[in-house]
Design a protein around this ligand. Sequence first.
Ligand code: HEC
Ligand code: HEC
Ligand code: HEC
Ligand code: HEC
Ligand code: HEC
Length: 487
Amino acid sequence: MGQFEIVKDFFLGISRSRISFIGGMLVTITTPFLLTYMMADTIWHIKNPYSGAAVYLALGPVFLVGLAMIFVGAFFFRGDRDAHLFTLEYMRKYFTEPGMFLRLRKNVFLIVLLTSINVAVFSMFLYRAYHYMESTSFCGQFCHTVMEPEHTAFQNSAHSRVACVECHIGSGAGWFVKSKISGARQLLAVVADTYPTPIETPVHGLRPARDTCEECHRPELFHGDKLRITKRFLPDEQNSAVHDVLLMKIGSAGDRAKSSHGIHWHVAPENKITYRSTDHSRMIIPEVILTEADGTQTVFRTPDADELLQDTASAAEMREMDCIDCHNRPSHIYLLPDDALDLLLAEGDIPQELPYIKAQAMEVITPTYESLDQAKSTITSKLTNWYKENYPQLVTEKPELLKRAIKGVITAYSNNVFPEMKVEWGTYVNHITHGPDFDIGCFRCHDDMHESPEGKTISADCNTCHTLLAIEEQDPPILRTLQGEKL
Ligand code: HEC
Ligand code: HEC
Ligand code: HEC
Ligand code: HEC
Ligand code: HEC
């Protein structure tokens, strides 16, 4: 027998079994591509979601299947001429005859080497594939149309550098597995085209904020109030700028030394707030229970609580309040038309000097359009026609004003409305405020209607949460004072 008998037998075994042979081919063809891509990805962190999918979701699994086929074929599906390699007699001969045993030792080296290479490629693959599937480009861009609203809003938010998985999965193996199972289900829904539009909010499946948000934020270390100055624009000829100035009572969730107070009082360890809601999106909250550190409980209920809670099956679900009950949209923030336009006007993307642009923009931006293209063309033609008719001189003298305005208005639309996914203005409610109608967010509880048996209510007093320093004032004295001007 020759020096590399085992190796020869090994390859013979592979070629004799059709399954092993195909497996061998798959491995041979995929390995160079796989290795080159993984090296490049390790060095340059390739951001393209599609090449990543081709390698980690298609090529990689083919490589693994090929590897498995080689061994399965060699063990179980040997061809008509037995290649001996994995039979008991063959092994026994090697181990009992001293001459052959020596040769075996040399060959063991080769086998160990081959196995190590496989293990190395294998673990490198798992590691890179894991990183790929945790990447923002995979989560946000692979199913481009489906995730476009969330990905766009995410990129416009303060959290655009925080990976999707930090909020949606967090750390730990259990949640990783859970997320991959639900991810696979979602991928199937995309392939089968059975996903809901708009995508449902995962309110009930989200991981508790303590394991996600609180890995980075510590409301117990917050202190003091926060000044919030918002520039707004009125729908008059001058698009008059006005200011809202609010002192937000951010407060603190308390710490060993400090007591909890203000807005973040809700998430202090000593105040446990639980509530029951009667609908999936938790808009209607008939009962709120406050449990203090000493065990005292106060139950606040609305007058119709008995009736509402009796009717619903979900009434039994009791939820403990955490960050998400107020910050439900920390990253996917879709603005309302008024706010979206004001933001772009304040930044100058929509020119303030164009007469009536706020009013005209509101008019063209609010209707429901079939598609983004339809919105773009209608917005462009309507604005162009209106200004040509009413301000012909301005249009000829300063055409760039109108051009800039159209571009800005389209941006305001395309950042917040996604017709293909049926995300319209206000589809996703943001609970961090009460809205202009005092009916959402804080006012689900703070409406003076939730009453305890002792007659205590959850306060709707305008000074509970903020001090209103100026509302829609053109030249608020408080801003002058803050800027150091003497009045
Ligand atoms: C700062 C935390 C955070 C980050 C980062 C984040 N999300 Fe979310 N996401 C949330 C929360 C909270 C909700 C639940 C919203 C609700 O209940 O109203 C949510 C909801 C969603 C939804 C359901 C639809 C919706 O708008 O309610 C999708 C889809 C989604 N996120 C995808 C992503 C993708 C993709 C990324 C990365 C590009 C990402 N998220 C990054 C916190 C985050
Ligand atoms: C991986 C770390 C990380 C996680 C997880 C995280 N955040 Fe943040 N968050 C940040 C950083 C960093 C900023 C500041 C960004 C900036 O100001 O540019 C921020 C800013 C904020 C702000 C201020 C936003 C603004 O517009 O000024 C809020 C509110 C907030 N986060 C809430 C949350 C909530 C709620 C969650 C959980 C759903 C969460 N964060 C999860 C890192 C994180
Ligand atoms: C009762 C509702 C509520 C809860 C619960 C809540 N927050 Fe807030 N939070 C607010 C409001 C309101 C603001 C002020 C928003 C603004 O800037 O106008 C705020 C502000 C913040 C800010 C920005 C602070 C700053 O100084 O700019 C961060 C960060 C934040 N919250 C994180 C959290 C985290 C993390 C949790 C959970 C542990 C949490 N919040 C729980 C309502 C809440
Ligand atoms: C799930 C119900 C619920 C929601 C939603 C809610 N709160 Fe509260 N909040 C309470 C309860 C209960 C109290 C305690 C009432 C009492 O004992 O007087 C409270 C008390 C407060 C206090 C007084 C804290 C102190 O220092 O004693 C502030 C400030 C406050 N909430 C702000 C907010 C803001 C801002 C929001 C929305 C972003 C909000 N809350 C949303 C239930 C809620
Ligand atoms: C339970 C807490 C709470 C109560 C009570 C409350 N607000 Fe607010 N208010 C908020 C929060 C939170 C915001 C949003 C801050 C943000 O958007 O970051 C807000 C924002 C506002 C704004 C600014 C809107 C904007 O977008 O510029 C006005 C105006 C306002 N509130 C008026 C009132 C008035 C008037 C009352 C009394 C009838 C009142 N609020 C009661 C919590 C409260």
